[in-house]
Design a protein around this ligand. Sequence first.
Ligand code: ADE
Length: 229
Amino acid sequence: MVGLIGAMAVEVESLMAQVEDKQETRIGMDVFVSGKLFGKDAVLAVCGPGKINAALCAQSMIQHFHPEWVLNLGVAGAGESSVSIGDMVIATAAVQHDCDTSPIGDPVGLVSKINLVELPCDEALRARLVKAAEVLTDVKVHEGIIATGDQFINKGDVRQRIHELFHAKAVEMEGGAVAHACYMHGVPCGVLRSISDQADGHSDMDYPTFVKLAADHSVKVVEQLLRQA
Ligand code: ADE
């Protein structure tokens, strides 16, 4: 069984529609759809935006379904100007850019208790995602840090600061939380994002314009990933 989490319906609903022998399991306010997806046992959920929604959903998924890995898929803002709308970013690691205990001597981004800034993403899963992303022939694929926080970033200077601190290639609101939950349970994790906006002053217009196109890119990569294995 593999686990797939998207923050919003648009990021996973087309995959959910293709699940065979579908079962629905409710845990609190999360709904998990499980069954066969492209021949693989899979469980899918829409976690809702933000770190706590994502972490709670990932934790419930892990405890109830015991997935061999969990992938957070969907859309993101670009982390730097060389990353364009429509590009894919596959995480080497995720960070939580809004964790900041630096006034008491910690590095910015340190996640207390687990004492990490960079939350690891599984290397074997990343390599498989990179291979699967070849299905998108005209799309540039980047590998690097994905930065997560409870903010929709729509200011160039905020994006710039996150990039300077973490070398982020993409900014979003859930990947670092899914990676956090996976780390705490020893479950391999991946984060796959397609760029819907530049995380700058145009994001309020670009995001609604490109969210569906970007979400479809990451869905196509997941389909290829599951068909390949
Ligand atoms: N998801 C898509 N675009 C985003 C942005 N600009 N900031 C945070 N999350 C996003």
